[in-house]
Design a protein around this ligand. Sequence first.
Ligand SMILES: [Fe+2]
Length: 393
Amino acid sequence: MLPSYYEFHNPVKIISGNKALDNLPSELEILGAKRPMVVTDKGVAGAGLVKIFIDSFGSSGMTIGAIFDDVPPDSSSEVVEKITSIFRQNQCDSLVALGGGSVIDTAKGVNILVTENSDDLLKFSGAEVLRKKMKPLVVIPTTSGTGSEVTVVAVISDVKRNIKMPFASTYLLPDIALLDPRMTLTLPPKMTAATAMDAMSHAVESYINLQKNPMSDAYAVAAIEIICENVLKAVSDGNNAQVRLAMANASTMAGIAFSNSMVGVVHALGHAAGGICHIPHGVAMNIFLPFGLEYNLPKCRENIGKLLLHIAGDEVYARTPESRRAEQTINYIVELRKALNELCGLPINLKQAGVTEDKLSEIAQAAINDPSIVMNPREMDVNDALAILKKAF
Ligand SMILES: [Fe+2]
């Protein structure tokens, strides 16, 4: 059924394909950029991806203004300020983020300061505070999961004040998301699996929550189909460029879906467990996804049931009675987790991820205060959260 009102926005140009990177200099030129600054991390540089990136500039005549390759896994305002001053010293005029979620959010933060000509990031924190078109930003994801290349949000820690600053603005949407399979070929199996399950959770939560709409649904189910077809191949045969490109596309589609419809309890629990016990986000998504669906079942049985078609295919969908489809969807996700666990050891419960039982109450409390919960189909109180956590333990 169509919602009586909805909004959907995605102006990000997607450039996808083998050697898509070779088009970057001309794309930057179209954006009016002459001296881009590259923001990346040591892992990306160590895997040789920065070299592939630099080589793609070849004889294009475009000058790379500066390269910063030391973004930490959890970026902070201090890092953003440091990169901002390098950007200014080198008279850069645009940004290229080459990395995963932390690198992309950092580049978005730098773009706020250089565009606003400010050194105070906190001033721009919150929803729709920004009012200016930003400098050109191209994002080249090196993981297939976060979807940050197409989202309106960034989260950056303020270490001095000990807070996480959220930013949400349509101005934070990058100009281009460039998907080149060479950027994910070296991603290790466990990381491939964890980030894929993050993308899967984006698509699934987007499809069942209160802000879903026909546009976000279309992206969500397309993403789910591609993930289900390719994730095991991506984990067991990382060198397959076609499979890697498929996963990059799925992650971007899932990002477009949830950027327009939000997520839900799986993410609320994952953010809380990540903040308190430092479980990597994708690992937490893999652990919580079936339990979150089971919790939401009484409120959105039909939508969870419809997902069976996209997860298991038309034959399974057709032979499963309508009354059992939602449970079957959850069973298929449980089976997928088992297969990933056998292939690469991706944890399927909190204990395996190193969480101790005494932390569960604290995680439950943090989860019910997480903003991701707002559009979840079923309201979750602290006892509900604790019950899910005990099951996932
Ligand atoms: Fe996520």
